[in-house]
Design a protein around this ligand. Sequence first.
Ligand code: PMP
Length: 352
Amino acid sequence: MGWEANVRTVTPYVAGEQPKEQGVIKLNTNESPYPPAPGVARALREYDADILRKYPDAETEPLLSELAAYYGVEKEQVFVGVGSDDVLAMAFLTFFNHPTLPVLFPDITYSFYDVWAELFRIPYEVQMLDGQFRIKEEDYHKPNGGVIIPNPNAPTGELAPMQMFENILRANPDVVCIVDEAYIDFGGESCLKLIDRYENLLVVRTFSKSRALAGMRIGYAFGSKKLIRCLQDVKYSFNSYTMNSITLAAGVEAVRDDAYFKEITKKVITTRERSKRELAALGFSFPDSKSNFIFATHEKYDAKELFEALRAHNIYVRHWDKPRIGNYLRISIGTDEEMDTLFAFLKEYCRA
Ligand code: PMP
């Protein structure tokens, strides 16, 4: 058909499965195994529906101020969006506009990056991680149209040192460098402290993992005032009201309860470290994760078969049929009880 020649065709990003049945141990999408801060439930209960007559605050107050105060930055250095996917999509659209030079990111990384690049017709070039799934800094010291790297990387869980990002920023003053810190709260050192020194740095975060609010869809970013203003301009040219007022109210409560935030991230870290010991004892190997998941492989067992066997027992993990990672499973950290069920299954599986 003639009209089809004018369609923007893309191969969409495929998210992890969200099973409808009860009783599934869901270790496949890196959600928090714990509920959001109690203040979130209170805010939702007490929310006055009459507020919904009006448009929400386009400037995303009061969440913007709450984040600025919590992280000790100015309001003009913060951006808020509908999950970090929304923030990242806006950032791709805003900052990655070189007509020929490619945007650089790792070959094994968040599988949405190439989808946005294709969607927005941004040239890109993936950079191979080394044999241990580590980023090779020198790959990012060459002419490019922008850089995006998650830290810790996903799905490997590998944390790169802040010094590496500082070197990359210094080598690339003419493009924007994005550090996707979706998993930074699980023990990594943030690049946030670099935003005052590097005007071209955008640090992107999410409420979906460490703040247990994946269903609410809240992402945020830090950068220089100039960078954030550019992002705002594009956002207001696309959809002024990305954040609804219920979400903004819930987000504020999640940030306010610092003690709860620290408690649940600490619990996930403790369970992760125990999970590493359990998996290693069963013969699995994995990069040393600093995230809320472990990317594990076993030389004796086929990952896809194990994925299917786990699934048949209502334990969902993530597997990709992709080069280099086809024999790995990404296992999100659940509660201790959920992990115990997983280990009990794996012990049987490895014995059989
Ligand atoms: N970045 C990375 C590296 C991720 O793994 C995810 C989770 N799928 C996201 C961003 C997006 O998360 P959200 O949109 O829920 O904030």
